[in-house]
Design a protein around this ligand. Structure first.
Ligand SMILES: CC(C)(COP(=O)(O)OP(=O)(O)OC[C@H]1O[C@@H](n2cnc3c(N)ncnc32)[C@H](O)[C@@H]1OP(=O)(O)O)[C@@H](O)C(=O)NCCC(=O)NCCS
Length: 179
């Protein structure tokens, strides 16, 4: 029986799912917020969306046949403060901070997440100052951790009480060098 044209392929039959990648803008912002609300147990603030929208080569939405199926939100963070204070793991450099990466459940396992991550890593690596990519992850998210480790990320620390509304509330920090 043929699949509906807008249905995801049956599990186990697909190679990479064909996606079109689009930057975040005011026109698709609400759709992204709605989708992230379905995928994630935490709510991202309007400020996170606004910040990530400033990086159209990094923050990206994936559409399969005009259906929004996944997205990555990221921003570049640079060393700040004349006193040497920094939110950057590599002093003097900059980093790609991945605020979110999510794919709707029926579309998982078809490399949409991998394609989005590669898109953002490549966009960030265009800037020679960007030395690494960083993501925070809930400690209980074993699938997410495995996904990032398969893409070259390594756990560098655990931050206690990072997610106030999750149980347990701790976060892992995963880092991948970009050059
Ligand atoms: C993590 C996540 C973005 C990965 O997206 P994805 O499109 O499934 O990613 P990929 O298809 O590229 O890779 C998923 C891996 O899981 C495997 N997989 C198979 N079926 C799967 C399924 N139903 N669901 C998830 N993963 C599946 C894939 O084979 C693949 O393994 P491989 O790299 O060894 O081939 C997605 O699972 C997700 O949105 N999770 C919930 C949100 C989350 O935890 N995000 C990460 C923290 S920000």
């Amino acid at each position: 029986m043929a699949s509906r044209p807008d249905a995801p392929p049956a599990p186990g039959t697909a190679a990479d799912l064909a996606i079109a990648v689009t930057s975040l803008h005011e026109g698709n912002l609400q759709a992204l917020k709605l989708m992230n609300g379905i995928i994630f147990p935490v709510k991202y603030s309007d400020q996170v969306y606004k910040d990530c929208m400033q990086f159209p080569h990094i923050t990206a939405l994936a559409y399969h046949q005009d259906t929004l199926v996944g997205a990555i939100m990221g921003r570049l963070e640079v060393r700040k403060g004349q006193d040497g204070s920094s939110n950057c793991v590599s002093p003097g450099g900059a980093r790609l901070y991945i605020a979110s990466l999510g794919v709707l459940a029926p579309y998982r396992g078809y490399k949409v997440g991998s394609q989005l991550l590669m898109h953002s890593l490549a966009g960030a690596a265009e800037d020679p100052m960007v030395k690494e990519a960083v993501v925070h992850m809930h400690v209980a998210n074993e699938d997410g951790q495995r996904f990032y480790e398969r893409h070259g990320f390594k756990v560098t620390e655990t931050i206690p009480n990072y997610y106030r509304f999750l149980d347990p509330p701790d976060a892992l920090v995963l880092v991948r060098p970009l050059r």
